[in-house]
Design a protein around this ligand. Structure first.
Ligand SMILES: [Zn+2]
Length: 343
């Protein structure tokens, strides 16, 4: 006989699990208007990723193509009654067709009125970057380590000084995914972030995923060392640890945090746990042997809700503990991003 909660449940998962989670915890906490600072839109032809070759969990779980209509449907499903506006950019993969990705994003931005960032190839000169910026409605740059050929590289290998100067002069945001296995705690990353902050004091730099410090030990080693770079912002997309969020609120405060999801990489139901500094996504089913994935037992699987709900819930817990005001929460979920984009 199966335990209570495993069987005999009435209604769809959306009605049984997701809606109550949203209504009881998230709806009243979230502002009416939200801005999602971190989303990818792309067609399969631009990424070079084939499901048959998928190795990592994002390659397994991320849809082969995704556009603004799918993103909007997902928001409507997750956040009924709220208005969510995305910032969109292409999917940076080692085999990405960067120009085709950016053309698709530019076309989508015009067709649907969404904000867009440009995937930037480190191979471009300043002039080649500026030509692309002049042609499209881009408010920021999305450089990415693998576009320089490796994730074990200097920040300047994929975000060259020539691009930093263009971004600073034009007032563009730069959404930076940190390289190196040491992530936010890597001393070379910390030193380079200080260097960028000193040399480009007006640069609008946002560190994606809180520097990939998904678990507390990494965040504890890195965040306090960036407290003294006041213009550095952090998006907390794909991050779902309340202790990391509590530390971020303590070290850098709500004015330097920006909500983002990283959809569609996290368009699944999953719960995130940490074992030491190793994060694990607990999912209902999986065919990947990625060490960041663990399959739930059948009872737990039936209770899993959207990863994005777990993310917002983790932030809510930290926000409540830190005594954030409703105005602080509106800042994190929308106004900090708007100030950065247009300030
Ligand atoms: Zn992303």
């Amino acid at each position: 006989m199966m335990a209570l909660g495993c069987r005999g449940d009435v209604g769809s998962r959306l009605e049984r699990v997701d809606r109550p989670f949203y209504e009881e915890r998230l709806r009243a906490f979230l502002p009416e208007r939200m801005l999602d600072f971190h989303t990818h839109i792309y067609r399969a032809a631009f990424t070079g990723v084939r499901k048959a070759n998928a190795r990592t969990w994002p390659e397994h779980f991320t849809p082969v193509s995704w556009g603004v209509p799918a993103l909007k449907r997902y928001y409507e499903r997750l956040f009924p009654g709220k208005q969510v506006e995305p910032v969109c950019f292409g999917m940076p993969t080692a085999a990405a067709d960067v120009d085709a990705s950016n053309a698709f994003v530019a076309e989508s931005a015009r067709a649907y009125g969404v904000r867009a960032f440009l995937l930037s190839s480190p191979r471009w000169s300043a002039r080649e970057l500026e030509e692309r910026l002049d042609a499209g409605p881009f408010l920021g740059l999305k450089p990415y380590p693998v576009l320089a050929g490796s994730s074990e590289c200097s920040i300047f290998a994929f975000l060259p000084p020539a691009h930093l100067r263009v971004a600073e002069e034009r007032g563009l945001c730069v959404l930076l995914h940190l390289p190196r296995a040491g992530r936010l705690a890597d001393p070379a990353n910390i030193a380079e972030l200080h260097e960028v902050s000193q040399k480009y004091p007006r640069l609008k730099l946002v560190i994606a995923h809180i520097g990939r410090a998904y678990c507390l030990p990494n965040a504890e080693r890195g965040l306090p060392l960036l407290r003294d770079c006041p213009q550095l912002m952090f998006d907390f997309s794909a991050s779902a640890n309340p202790d990391v969020f509590a530390l971020a609120l303590q070290e850098v405060g709500p004015q330097r945090l920006i909500f983002g999801t990283d959809l569609p990489a996290v368009a699944f139901r999953a719960k995130r746990i940490c074992e030491g500094d190793h994060y694990i996504n607990i999912v209902a089913r999986s065919r990947t042997d990625d060490p960041h994935i663990r399959v739930a037992d059948p009872c737990e699987a039936g209770r899993l809700t959207f990863f994005v709900y777990e993310q917002v819930e983790a932030f809510r817990q930290a926000a409540l503990a830190a005594g954030l005001s409703a105005a602080d929460i509106e800042d994190v979920f929308r106004r900090n991003a708007l100030r950065l984009l247009y300030g």
